[in-house]
Design a protein around this ligand. Sequence first.
Ligand code: PMV
Length: 323
Amino acid sequence: MTRLRNVQVTARANIALVKYWGKADAGRNIPDVGSLSLTLSGLETRTTVSAAEPGSGWHFELDGRPMTDKEADRMRSLFRRLDVPSAMDIHFASENHFPTAAGLASSASGGAASVVALDSALDLQLSGERLAEEALRVSGSAPRSLFPGFVRLDPAGDHVQLRSLDMPENWDLAVLVAQTATGPKKVSSRQAMASSKASPYYPAWVDSHAQDLDDAEAAIAAADFDRLVAAMERSTLKMHALPITSQPPVWYWNDVTLAVIAAIEEGRDRGMSGGYTMDAGPHVKLFCQLGDAKAWGALLAAVPGVTGVIQASTGDGPEVEFI
Ligand code: PMV
Protein backbone atom coordinates (compact mmCIF):
# COMPACT_ATOMS: atom_id res chain seq x y z
CA MET A 1 0.00 0.00 0.00
CA THR A 2 1.20 3.53 -0.79
CA ARG A 3 2.45 5.30 2.31
CA LEU A 4 2.46 9.06 2.75
CA ARG A 5 5.39 10.92 4.29
CA ASN A 6 4.75 14.48 5.37
CA VAL A 7 6.93 16.80 3.35
CA GLN A 8 7.58 20.47 2.70
CA VAL A 9 9.12 21.57 -0.60
CA THR A 10 10.46 25.03 -1.38
CA ALA A 11 10.76 26.01 -5.05
CA ARG A 12 11.80 29.35 -6.56
CA ALA A 13 10.35 31.46 -9.36
CA ASN A 14 12.25 31.91 -12.59
CA ILE A 15 12.33 34.64 -15.23
CA ALA A 16 12.90 33.82 -18.89
CA LEU A 17 15.61 35.79 -20.69
CA VAL A 18 14.78 34.08 -23.99
CA LYS A 19 11.02 33.74 -23.90
CA TYR A 20 8.59 31.02 -24.74
CA TRP A 21 5.25 32.07 -26.24
CA GLY A 22 2.82 29.79 -28.05
CA LYS A 23 2.03 26.11 -27.78
CA ALA A 24 2.58 23.25 -30.21
CA ASP A 25 0.32 20.92 -28.19
CA ALA A 26 -2.14 22.66 -25.88
CA GLY A 27 -3.18 19.37 -24.18
CA ARG A 28 0.33 18.42 -23.11
CA ASN A 29 1.33 22.09 -22.88
CA ILE A 30 4.32 21.56 -25.20
CA PRO A 31 5.69 24.94 -26.36
CA ASP A 32 6.38 25.83 -29.99
CA VAL A 33 9.76 27.28 -29.01
CA GLY A 34 12.37 26.78 -26.30
CA SER A 35 13.31 29.19 -23.52
CA LEU A 36 16.24 30.14 -21.31
CA SER A 37 15.68 31.34 -17.76
CA LEU A 38 17.28 32.27 -14.47
CA THR A 39 15.93 30.75 -11.27
CA LEU A 40 15.63 33.45 -8.60
CA SER A 41 16.26 33.57 -4.88
CA GLY A 42 13.81 35.23 -2.53
CA LEU A 43 10.65 34.52 -4.56
CA GLU A 44 9.50 31.18 -3.24
CA THR A 45 6.54 28.84 -3.03
CA ARG A 46 6.40 26.43 -0.10
CA THR A 47 4.19 23.40 -0.62
CA THR A 48 3.30 21.02 2.18
CA VAL A 49 1.81 17.58 1.63
CA SER A 50 0.65 15.89 4.82
CA ALA A 51 -1.69 13.23 6.09
CA ALA A 52 -5.19 14.58 6.76
CA GLU A 53 -7.98 13.44 9.12
CA PRO A 54 -9.23 9.96 8.20
CA GLY A 55 -12.15 10.21 5.78
CA SER A 56 -11.45 13.82 4.78
CA GLY A 57 -10.19 13.00 1.24
CA TRP A 58 -8.04 15.46 -0.70
CA HIS A 59 -7.99 18.99 0.60
CA PHE A 60 -6.32 21.87 -1.28
CA GLU A 61 -5.22 25.17 0.20
CA LEU A 62 -3.46 28.22 -1.27
CA ASP A 63 -2.07 31.07 0.83
CA GLY A 64 -4.12 29.97 3.83
CA ARG A 65 -7.53 29.72 2.09
CA PRO A 66 -9.24 26.82 0.29
CA MET A 67 -8.26 26.77 -3.41
CA THR A 68 -10.88 27.95 -5.90
CA ASP A 69 -12.47 25.22 -8.04
CA LYS A 70 -10.23 26.13 -10.96
CA GLU A 71 -7.07 26.00 -8.84
CA ALA A 72 -8.08 22.75 -7.16
CA ASP A 73 -8.99 21.13 -10.51
CA ARG A 74 -5.47 21.69 -11.78
CA MET A 75 -4.11 19.94 -8.68
CA ARG A 76 -6.67 17.12 -8.83
CA SER A 77 -5.60 16.42 -12.42
CA LEU A 78 -1.99 16.22 -11.26
CA PHE A 79 -2.96 13.83 -8.42
CA ARG A 80 -4.82 11.60 -10.91
CA ARG A 81 -1.98 11.56 -13.42
CA LEU A 82 0.33 10.46 -10.60
CA ASP A 83 -2.15 7.75 -9.50
CA VAL A 84 -2.53 9.15 -6.00
CA PRO A 85 -5.06 6.79 -4.38
CA SER A 86 -8.42 8.54 -4.11
CA ALA A 87 -8.93 6.93 -0.67
CA MET A 88 -5.81 8.60 0.69
CA ASP A 89 -6.53 11.54 3.01
CA ILE A 90 -4.19 14.37 2.01
CA HIS A 91 -3.80 17.97 3.03
CA PHE A 92 -2.07 19.86 0.21
CA ALA A 93 -1.13 23.46 1.05
CA SER A 94 0.89 25.94 -1.02
CA GLU A 95 2.07 29.30 0.19
CA ASN A 96 3.68 31.95 -1.96
CA HIS A 97 6.44 33.82 -0.16
CA PHE A 98 6.69 36.67 -2.63
CA PRO A 99 7.07 40.30 -1.73
CA THR A 100 3.55 41.72 -1.53
CA ALA A 101 2.05 42.59 -4.91
CA ALA A 102 5.22 41.59 -6.71
CA GLY A 103 3.15 40.87 -9.78
CA LEU A 104 5.45 37.95 -10.47
CA ALA A 105 4.18 34.66 -11.79
CA SER A 106 4.01 32.20 -8.93
CA SER A 107 2.82 29.49 -11.31
CA ALA A 108 6.40 28.42 -12.09
CA SER A 109 7.52 27.96 -8.49
CA GLY A 110 4.10 26.59 -7.54
CA GLY A 111 4.12 24.01 -10.34
CA ALA A 112 7.64 22.81 -9.54
CA ALA A 113 6.96 22.67 -5.78
CA SER A 114 3.70 20.70 -6.27
CA VAL A 115 5.23 18.01 -8.44
CA VAL A 116 8.35 17.55 -6.30
CA ALA A 117 6.25 17.50 -3.10
CA LEU A 118 4.00 14.70 -4.37
CA ASP A 119 6.97 12.76 -5.71
CA SER A 120 8.68 12.94 -2.31
CA ALA A 121 5.59 12.42 -0.14
CA LEU A 122 4.57 9.27 -2.00
CA ASP A 123 8.14 8.17 -2.81
CA LEU A 124 7.22 7.88 -6.48
CA GLN A 125 10.84 8.22 -7.63
CA LEU A 126 9.78 9.91 -10.86
CA SER A 127 12.47 10.36 -13.52
CA GLY A 128 13.72 13.87 -14.30
CA GLU A 129 11.84 13.70 -17.59
CA ARG A 130 8.57 12.81 -15.88
CA LEU A 131 8.98 15.55 -13.26
CA ALA A 132 9.49 18.04 -16.10
CA GLU A 133 6.47 16.71 -17.99
CA GLU A 134 4.22 16.99 -14.95
CA ALA A 135 5.48 20.45 -14.02
CA LEU A 136 4.89 21.51 -17.63
CA ARG A 137 1.27 20.41 -17.45
CA VAL A 138 0.77 22.71 -14.46
CA SER A 139 2.50 25.67 -16.14
CA GLY A 140 4.70 26.15 -19.21
CA SER A 141 7.43 27.89 -17.22
CA ALA A 142 7.35 25.52 -14.18
CA PRO A 143 9.86 22.87 -15.38
CA ARG A 144 12.59 25.53 -15.42
CA SER A 145 12.16 25.99 -11.64
CA LEU A 146 13.30 22.37 -11.17
CA PHE A 147 16.88 23.57 -11.64
CA PRO A 148 19.07 26.32 -10.14
CA GLY A 149 20.56 29.25 -12.06
CA PHE A 150 20.41 29.35 -15.85
CA VAL A 151 18.17 26.70 -17.40
CA ARG A 152 17.43 25.95 -21.05
CA LEU A 153 14.20 24.21 -22.03
CA ASP A 154 13.70 22.82 -25.54
CA PRO A 155 10.61 21.15 -26.97
CA ALA A 156 11.39 17.65 -28.26
CA GLY A 157 8.35 16.11 -29.91
CA ASP A 158 5.88 15.06 -27.22
CA HIS A 159 8.10 16.09 -24.31
CA VAL A 160 10.58 18.80 -23.30
CA GLN A 161 14.28 18.66 -22.56
CA LEU A 162 15.81 20.64 -19.72
CA ARG A 163 19.43 21.55 -19.32
CA SER A 164 21.15 23.37 -16.49
CA LEU A 165 23.80 25.81 -17.79
CA ASP A 166 26.99 26.55 -15.90
CA MET A 167 27.11 29.95 -14.26
CA PRO A 168 30.31 31.78 -15.27
CA GLU A 169 32.72 32.19 -12.37
CA ASN A 170 32.41 35.44 -10.40
CA TRP A 171 29.15 36.29 -12.15
CA ASP A 172 26.92 37.60 -9.40
CA LEU A 173 23.72 38.75 -11.02
CA ALA A 174 20.82 40.74 -9.67
CA VAL A 175 17.30 41.03 -11.01
CA LEU A 176 15.37 44.16 -10.07
CA VAL A 177 11.62 44.05 -10.52
CA ALA A 178 10.15 47.51 -11.10
CA GLN A 179 6.45 47.31 -10.26
CA THR A 180 4.41 49.44 -12.59
CA ALA A 181 0.84 48.52 -11.64
CA THR A 182 -1.27 46.76 -9.05
CA GLY A 183 -3.94 44.11 -9.52
CA PRO A 184 -4.09 41.01 -11.70
CA LYS A 185 -3.43 41.05 -15.45
CA LYS A 186 -6.45 41.32 -17.74
CA VAL A 187 -5.66 38.54 -20.20
CA SER A 188 -4.07 35.24 -19.15
CA SER A 189 -0.92 34.11 -20.95
CA ARG A 190 -2.77 30.95 -22.04
CA GLN A 191 -5.48 32.98 -23.76
CA ALA A 192 -3.08 35.48 -25.36
CA MET A 193 -0.77 32.69 -26.57
CA ALA A 194 -3.68 31.04 -28.36
CA SER A 195 -4.75 34.24 -30.15
CA SER A 196 -1.12 35.17 -30.95
CA LYS A 197 -0.97 32.26 -33.38
CA ALA A 198 -2.97 34.42 -35.81
CA SER A 199 -0.36 37.20 -35.74
CA PRO A 200 1.33 37.55 -39.14
CA TYR A 201 4.63 37.61 -37.22
CA TYR A 202 4.11 34.22 -35.53
CA PRO A 203 5.98 32.18 -38.19
CA ALA A 204 8.89 34.64 -38.03
CA TRP A 205 8.93 34.35 -34.22
CA VAL A 206 9.23 30.57 -34.41
CA ASP A 207 11.79 30.65 -37.26
CA SER A 208 14.10 33.19 -35.63
CA HIS A 209 13.85 31.84 -32.08
CA ALA A 210 16.60 29.19 -32.05
CA GLN A 211 19.12 31.89 -32.99
CA ASP A 212 18.30 33.89 -29.85
CA LEU A 213 18.52 30.80 -27.66
CA ASP A 214 21.90 29.80 -29.08
CA ASP A 215 23.18 33.37 -28.84
CA ALA A 216 22.12 33.66 -25.18
CA GLU A 217 23.68 30.30 -24.35
CA ALA A 218 26.93 31.27 -26.09
CA ALA A 219 26.91 34.60 -24.20
CA ILE A 220 26.66 32.74 -20.88
CA ALA A 221 29.47 30.35 -21.86
CA ALA A 222 31.65 33.36 -22.81
CA ALA A 223 30.60 35.29 -19.65
CA ASP A 224 29.54 38.13 -21.96
CA PHE A 225 26.88 39.96 -19.94
CA ASP A 226 26.11 42.69 -22.50
CA ARG A 227 25.61 40.11 -25.26
CA LEU A 228 23.29 38.12 -22.98
CA VAL A 229 21.05 41.06 -22.16
CA ALA A 230 20.97 42.13 -25.83
CA ALA A 231 19.61 38.65 -26.71
CA MET A 232 17.12 38.96 -23.83
CA GLU A 233 15.76 42.29 -25.07
CA ARG A 234 15.51 41.06 -28.65
CA SER A 235 13.54 38.02 -27.54
CA THR A 236 11.34 40.10 -25.21
CA LEU A 237 10.35 42.63 -27.87
CA LYS A 238 9.68 39.95 -30.49
CA MET A 239 7.49 38.09 -27.99
CA HIS A 240 5.43 41.14 -27.11
CA ALA A 241 4.93 41.97 -30.80
CA LEU A 242 2.77 38.82 -31.02
CA PRO A 243 -0.07 39.71 -28.61
CA ILE A 244 0.07 43.32 -29.83
CA THR A 245 -0.53 42.14 -33.42
CA SER A 246 -3.14 39.47 -32.66
CA GLN A 247 -6.91 39.99 -32.88
CA PRO A 248 -8.08 41.47 -30.57
CA PRO A 249 -4.71 43.00 -29.62
CA VAL A 250 -3.35 42.45 -26.12
CA TRP A 251 -1.07 45.10 -24.63
CA TYR A 252 0.66 43.91 -21.48
CA TRP A 253 2.54 47.22 -21.09
CA ASN A 254 1.32 50.47 -19.62
CA ASP A 255 2.75 53.98 -19.77
CA VAL A 256 4.96 53.33 -16.72
CA THR A 257 6.43 50.23 -18.44
CA LEU A 258 7.56 52.46 -21.30
CA ALA A 259 8.85 55.16 -18.94
CA VAL A 260 10.98 52.53 -17.15
CA ILE A 261 12.42 51.30 -20.47
CA ALA A 262 13.26 54.91 -21.43
CA ALA A 263 14.98 55.42 -18.05
CA ILE A 264 17.00 52.22 -18.53
CA GLU A 265 18.08 53.41 -21.98
CA GLU A 266 19.15 56.76 -20.51
CA GLY A 267 21.13 54.92 -17.83
CA ARG A 268 22.89 52.92 -20.51
CA ASP A 269 23.64 56.09 -22.48
CA ARG A 270 25.49 57.21 -19.35
CA GLY A 271 27.53 53.99 -19.33
CA MET A 272 25.50 51.73 -17.00
CA SER A 273 25.26 48.05 -17.91
CA GLY A 274 21.95 46.16 -17.70
CA GLY A 275 19.00 44.93 -19.73
CA TYR A 276 15.24 44.62 -19.38
CA THR A 277 12.53 42.07 -19.91
CA MET A 278 8.76 41.91 -19.42
CA ASP A 279 6.46 38.89 -19.18
CA ALA A 280 2.69 38.67 -19.54
CA GLY A 281 2.26 41.80 -17.43
CA PRO A 282 3.41 45.44 -17.19
CA HIS A 283 6.28 45.04 -14.69
CA VAL A 284 9.84 45.51 -15.89
CA LYS A 285 12.61 43.15 -14.79
CA LEU A 286 16.10 44.54 -15.05
CA PHE A 287 19.08 42.17 -15.14
CA CYS A 288 22.39 43.61 -13.96
CA GLN A 289 25.57 42.62 -12.19
CA LEU A 290 25.24 42.65 -8.40
CA GLY A 291 27.71 45.53 -8.00
CA ASP A 292 25.47 47.77 -10.13
CA ALA A 293 22.20 46.85 -8.38
CA LYS A 294 22.17 49.81 -5.98
CA ALA A 295 22.56 52.42 -8.72
CA TRP A 296 19.96 50.71 -10.92
CA GLY A 297 17.58 50.35 -7.97
CA ALA A 298 17.73 54.12 -7.33
CA LEU A 299 17.22 54.88 -11.02
CA LEU A 300 14.16 52.60 -11.29
CA ALA A 301 12.59 53.81 -8.05
CA ALA A 302 12.81 57.42 -9.31
CA VAL A 303 10.65 56.75 -12.39
CA PRO A 304 7.22 58.34 -11.76
CA GLY A 305 4.59 55.62 -11.38
CA VAL A 306 6.94 52.89 -10.14
CA THR A 307 5.33 51.61 -6.95
CA GLY A 308 8.23 49.50 -5.71
CA VAL A 309 11.46 47.77 -6.67
CA ILE A 310 12.22 44.23 -5.54
CA GLN A 311 15.71 42.79 -5.71
CA ALA A 312 16.38 39.10 -6.35
CA SER A 313 19.47 37.13 -7.28
CA THR A 314 20.37 33.68 -8.56
CA GLY A 315 18.37 30.96 -6.83
CA ASP A 316 18.59 27.23 -6.18
CA GLY A 317 16.43 24.35 -7.34
CA PRO A 318 13.72 22.86 -5.09
CA GLU A 319 14.56 21.84 -1.52
CA VAL A 320 12.79 18.91 0.11
CA GLU A 321 12.32 18.65 3.86
CA PHE A 322 10.51 15.78 5.56
CA ILE A 323 8.45 17.13 8.43
O1 PMV B 1 4.10 29.76 -17.64
P1 PMV B 1 3.09 30.29 -18.63
O2 PMV B 1 2.56 29.19 -19.51
O3 PMV B 1 2.04 31.14 -18.03
O4 PMV B 1 3.87 31.25 -19.68
C1 PMV B 1 4.74 32.27 -19.33
C2 PMV B 1 5.30 32.92 -20.53
C3 PMV B 1 6.27 34.04 -20.31
O5 PMV B 1 6.47 34.28 -18.93
C4 PMV B 1 5.76 35.33 -20.92
C5 PMV B 1 7.59 33.70 -20.97
C6 PMV B 1 8.40 32.61 -20.31
O6 PMV B 1 9.11 31.90 -21.05
O7 PMV B 1 8.34 32.48 -19.07
